[in-house]
Ligand binder design. Structure first.
Ligand code: SF4
Length: 454
């Protein structure tokens, strides 16, 4: 085994650096090349698909790609394994299914907008006003393709943890707050007022960004420029979110009397051949809509409590989870052998085994990433990476799949290496310490020694 120097233990749980070309944003019309083919990312209009449309989308993913569908941590859909000769067919099939994907920067709404029982503002109304009043600015080719605008109506299913360039948050009935650069807690507040005031403030920001040069992001705006656009910004008091607003996995009562079921994709991906039969079943049980949401999850809407319960029980058979504490949510696994020609191993098999035998590593303090090769398609970010290679596996304690490995592990030894790592965490962890913090404290040299000793 060889201990590399490239990775650092400083950021086990840090938002990652992107493996994509800087500023690039894969879309339906301009998919991005990845290890397992072209990847298209899309956010349907309003973040809503009918149950039938989601089935059609998933069918199309099978027909034109490698059949793998993902929901990203921001709640966008990704279709993988497309080819140059097929991606146009995917766009045509989605258009034929009536799936509309707005142009311009991504406008992300709280996922259960219009349905959430304790929502205090209507994000769809703010989005419509924004698109009507600032259409030219939103469609300008000079706006950064990755610019993100978040509109959060409050209520239990918010998007507090999602970072954005611009966020518009309902803070009381009819009152919205505009902030930039960050999540609900970290963003800098600029203005507060009714929907019209909030939309005007976003318009001012768009003008400012366009005046500062092509593809400028909010983080590049100087305080001086901000102050001249928002002279009263220092007087705007930031409001805190009340309580836990992360969407809970499981069932949720909606204000129209129906129930939503929030499901996570186990290991962050799902195959169309598993998803389509599940969706057909959900459709038969009354699901009317599918709404992708943050945290690699989606909501099935329009259910009764009984149908939601029935679906949550069978979800694991289809690669989905309705369990809030499912440790698989802390694992990312790429398509792996059998689905991708570059893969050196069956990633999902290793991932399932890790759930069974190494739960100590899955406390949520880091992502355990099973990657069939060094391209790292499933998680282009830092994590505990187990990467397939010609002569076995490479272990990267805190880094991306393409980083210099900390240890080389022979093929037959990988399961016991993962179990040794879990045992080390179990034995060494101090009270209240996370797995990532424990490994960081123990340090690479001692971890590698423990792996060698068995
Ligand atoms: S093996 Fe995995 S990481 Fe490598 S190209 Fe295929 S899907 Fe991507």
């Amino acid at each position: 085994m060889a201990l590399g120097e490239k990775t650092s233990f400083d950021s086990w749980n840090e938002p990652p650096s992107s493996g994509m070309r800087r500023g690039a944003c894969p879309t339906l019309v301009a998919p991005m090349q990845t290890g397992d083919g072209l990847l298209a990312r899309l956010r349907p209009d309003g973040g809503i698909l009918s149950a039938k449309q989601f089935i059609q989308l998933t069918d199309a993913a099978q027909r034109h790609g490698n059949g793998i569908v993902e929901v990203t941590s921001r709640g966008s859909l990704q279709i993988r394994g497309l080819r140059t000769e097929t991606f146009k067919g995917l766009a045509a099939d989605l258009a034929a299914a009536g799936i509309s994907v707005p142009s311009g920067p991504s406008i992300e709404l709280s996922p259960l907008h219009g349905l959430c029982a304790n929502e205090i503002g209507d994000p769809a109304e703010v989005e419509a006003l924004l698109r009507a009043n600032f259409a030219a600015e939103l469609l300008s080719p000079n706006l950064a393709p990755k610019l993100s605008i978040l509109i959060d109506g409050g209520g239990i299913c918010g998007i507090d943890e999602v970072s954005g360039d611009i966020r518009v948050t309902a803070i009381d009935h009819g009152v919205w707050q505009v902030a930039i650069n960050g999540n609900r807690q970290s963003a800098q507040t600029l203005a507060t007022g009714c929907a019209t005031v909030a939309v005007a403030a976003v318009g001012r920001l768009l003008h400012l960004l366009l005046s500062l040069g092509r593809h400028t992001r909010c983080r590049a705006i100087e305080q001086e420029s901000l102050l001249s656009a928002f002279p009263l910004m220092d007087m705007v008091k930031k409001t805190k979110a009340s309580g836990d607003r992360d969407p809970p996995v499981g069932t949720l009562a909606l204000k129209n009397g129906s129930v939503a079921l929030c499901l996570r994709l186990r290991f962050g991906q799902i195959r169309a051949k598993e998803l389509v039969p599940f969706l057909r079943f959900a459709n038969d049980l009354g699901a009317t809509e599918v709404r992708p949401g943050p945290g690699r999850a989606f909501f099935l809407v329009g259910l009764t409590p009984q149908s939601a319960l029935a679906l949550s029980k069978i979800a694991p058979e289809y690669g989905l989870s309705a369990d809030q504490d499912d440790p698989s949510m802390h694992i990312a696994a790429c398509a792996g052998a059998g689905a991708c020609a570059s893969a050196h191993y069956h990633t999902k098999t290793r991932a399932e085994r890790t759930v069974e035998t190494a739960p100590e590593l899955l406390d949520g303090s880091m992502v355990v990433h099973f990657s069939g090769c060094a391209k790292g398609c499933a998680h282009p970010h830092r994590g505990l990476s187990i990467v397939g290679a010609l002569d076995g596996y490479q272990l990267i304690l805190d880094g991306q799949a393409r980083d210099i490995p900390d240890a080389q592990i022979a093929g037959g030894d990988i399961d016991s290496a993962i179990e040794r790592l879990a045992r080390l965490v179990k034995n060494e962890r101090q009270a209240g310490e996370s797995a990532a913090a424990c490994l960081r404290r123990v340090g690479k040299a001692d971890i590698i020694k423990a792996l060698r000793q068995g």
